[in-house]
Design a protein around this ligand. Structure first.
Ligand code: ACO
Length: 311
C-alpha cells in the first residue's frame, strides 16, 4: 500500500533533499539503513583484527606508526557509524550484541587471514581501494547522518589506500623475495576484494529499492567494474600480475573484462564458514568480556559524578 506519506517521501528523495533523523520515513527505509550502517560499523570494528595482527611485527618504526594510526582510524569509523545508526532508534549495545551473537553480517573480506607483511600492503591498496570506490558515492546518500559520516571516513580511507600502495611499491621494487611476497598477497586478496562489492546485480536483493531511495547511487557490478578499471593499471605500475587469465581490456567498451567470481566461496563466508569467521568472532567476544571492568568503572564514575552534582 502506497500512502500519501510514501509519495511525499519519494518526492523529497527525487529532489535530492537530505532525510534527517526526526523526519518521517517509511519503515523499510529505516530498516535497510539500520541494516547497512550496522553491517558497515561491524566491518570497521572486525576489520581492525587482520591488520592488528601485524602491528607488533611491523618492519620499521615508520611502518608501525602508519599501521597503528590506520587501525585506530578504523575503530573510530566503527564508533562513528554506530552513532549514525543510533539516530535511527537502535542502540549501540543492541548492535554489538547482535554481532557477538553471530547474528549480524560484516564484510566478507575480513574473514581471510593476514599471512605475511605484504598482506598489510595488499589490504591498504585493494581492500581500502574497494572500500573507497563503494563509499565515495555514499557521501551523497539520501540519509543525512550517514552521508556526512562518510565524508570524513573517505578522507581517512584514502590515506589508508595510499599507505598500502606505497608499501606494495616498496616490496615490488625490493629484493626478489619481497617481490614474490607482494605477488603472493595480490594472488590471495584480488578475488576476495572483488567480492566485497556484493552479489552480482541480478542476485542483489536490496539494490533496486536502495537505488530508488538513493542510499545506493551505483549498482554492485558497476562499482566492481570501476574498481577493476582503476586497479589494473596500478598493478601494471607495480610490475605485478593480477591472477585472472581472462582479464583483458575490451577495446569496444573501454573497460576490462574479467573472469567469473567464485560465488560459492562468497556464500560460504556469509554463512560463517570462511577461513577466519570463528576466530574473528572469538576475538571480538574476548575483547568485549575483557573490557567489562572498563564499562563498569565508567558507569560507576558517571553515577558518582551525577550524585555529586545533585548535592
Ligand atoms: N560481505 C558480507 N555480506 C555482504 C557483502 C559482503 N561483501 N556484500 C553483500 N552482502 C550481503 C548484504 O549485506 C545482504 O545481506 P542481508 O540481506 O542479510 O542484510 C546480502 O548480502 C545481499 O546483498 P545486496 O542486496 O547487494 O545488499 P546491499 O544492497 O546492502 O549491498 C553493500 C551490499 C554494497 C555491501 C552495501 O551494503 C554497502 O554499500 N554497504 C556499506 C559499505 C560497507 O559496509 N563496507 C564494508 C566493508 S569496507 C570497510 O569497512 C573498510
Amino acid at each position: 500500500l502506497v500512502t500519501q506519506d510514501d509519495i511525499r517521501f519519494q518526492e523529497r528523495i527525487d529532489a535530492e533533499d537530505k532525510i534527517e533523523p526526526r523526519d518521517w520515513m517509511p519503515d523499510g527505509y529505516r530498516r535497510t539503513l539500520v541494516r547497512q550502517i550496522a553491517q558497515h560499523a561491524h566491518s570497521e570494528i572486525v576489520g581492525m583484527l587482520p591488520e592488528g595482527n601485524w602491528i607488533t611485527r611491523a618492519p620499521s618504526l615508520r611502518r608501525k606508526v602508519a599501521l597503528l594510526a590506520k587501525v585506530q582510524d578504523e575503530g573510530g569509523h566503527g564508533l562513528y557509524l554506530y552513532s549514525a545508526a543510533e539516530t535511527l532508534g537502535v542502540s549501540r549495545d543492541e548492535l554489538v550484541e547482535q554481532l557477538l551473537a553471530g547474528k549480524a553480517k560484516y564484510s566478507s573480506i575480513f574473514n581471510y587471514p593476514t599471512l605475511t607483511w605484504a598482506d598489510i600492503g595488499a589490504i591498504g591498496w585493494l581492500v581500502d581501494g574497494a572500500a573507497i570506490m563503494n563509499q565515495v558515492p555514499l557521501c551523497r546518500c539520501s540519509y543525512g547522518p550517514y552521508a556526512r559520516a562518510m565524508v570524513r571516513v573517505c578522507r581517512e580511507e584514502s590515506f589508508h589506500q595510499r599507505q598500502g600502495y606505497e608499501l606494495m611499491l616498496a616490496l615490488a621494487n625490493g629484493t626478489a623475495e619481497q617481490k614474490r611476497m607482494a605477488q603472493d598477497s595480490l594472488n590471495r586478496w584480488w578475488w576476495p576484494s572483488l567480492m566485497m562489492f556484493g552479489p552480482s546485480d541480478d542476485q542483489s536483493a536490496h539494490s533496486a529499492q536502495n537505488m530508488a531511495w538513493k542510499i545506493k547511487r551505483f549498482s554492485n557490478d558497476d562499482l566492481r567494474q570501476r574498481f577493476v578499471d582503476a586497479t589494473v593499471p596500478q598493478a601494471e605500475f607495480l610490475g605485478l600480475t593480477i591472477p585472472d587469465p581472462d582479464l583483458r581490456l575490451n577495446a569496444e567498451t573501454g573497460h576490462y573484462d574479467f573472469g567469473a567470481i567464485d560465488w560459492t566461496e562468497f556464500n560460504e563466508i556469509l554463512k560463517g564458514n570462511g577461513p577466519c569467521n570463528r576466530e574473528r568472532l572469538e576475538a571480538r567476544r574476548k575483547a568485549w568480556d575483557e573490557g567489562a571492568w572498563v564499562r563498569e568503572a565508567a558507569t560507576a564514575h558517571a553515577a558518582k559524578r551525577a550524585q555529586r552534582e545533585m548535592k
